[in-house]
Every structure is written in structure tokens, then in C-alpha cells.
Design a protein around this ligand. Sequence first.
Ligand code: CO
Length: 134
Amino acid sequence: MPAIKAINHVAVVVDDMDKSLAFWRDALGIELHELRDVPAEQSQVAFLPLAGAEVELVMPTTDDSGIAKYLAKRGPGMHHLCLEVDDIEGMMNELKARNIRLINEEPRTAADGKKYAFVHPESTGGVLVELYQI
Ligand code: CO
């Protein structure tokens, strides 16, 4: 039986990175580990690790990516919650068997080898959920 191991990260979509860092880094005092351009996601991402998990601030760098469209439509805010799972295929099969709506039918593989897939907010109470297998 596949198991959820941890909250891996929470992703927040932002329209102004400096303004967001003024809150998350400066006011809250969470250390900024890295600010990185991620061309594959047409985004700039700030990584703020915290107690084994991470807050990720994601700012689109083009106008036509999925995340840019999300920002244009819904404004800045919480984008997704990422849960680490020990067996992503097994978990996806389990979810499919329960008629949970998935965005990705099969896991995708990131540049660093992690497997990931998204679960549709329609099935989760309104939160986009990312599954991660490290
Ligand atoms: Co994510």
C-alpha cells in the first residue's frame, strides 16, 4: 500500500518576487536558500526550506505558461501543496480506483529525476495537490 511520507513543499504563485520576499524572508525570517530561474517551467522560483519542507515562491517569466495563465486568471496566492509519496504509480492507481481526478495520467520525470504528478482540485477540496517521489 503506497504511503504519504511528508509535506514536501507548498508553492505560492507571486507577481512580484521582491515584495513576496519582503514578507517570507524579511518579515518572517525564513532563510532564502536559492533564487533560481527555471526555464523549463518559464518561472523564477525562490526556495525557502523550513523544517524538512519548503516554501516555494513561483513567479512566471513569460506570459503564456500555465502558471502565467493561472496568475492572470486568479491572481497571486496558494498554488499547490506537494506531498511526498513512496510509490507514485501505486498511489495514482489507488486514486484512480477511487475515481479521484488526476491531471497527469502518468507520472512525469523532472530534470533531477524526481517523479511527480498533479491531482485535480475538483477531487481534493479545492487545492491543487502534487505528488512527488524522490
Ligand atoms: Co511543486
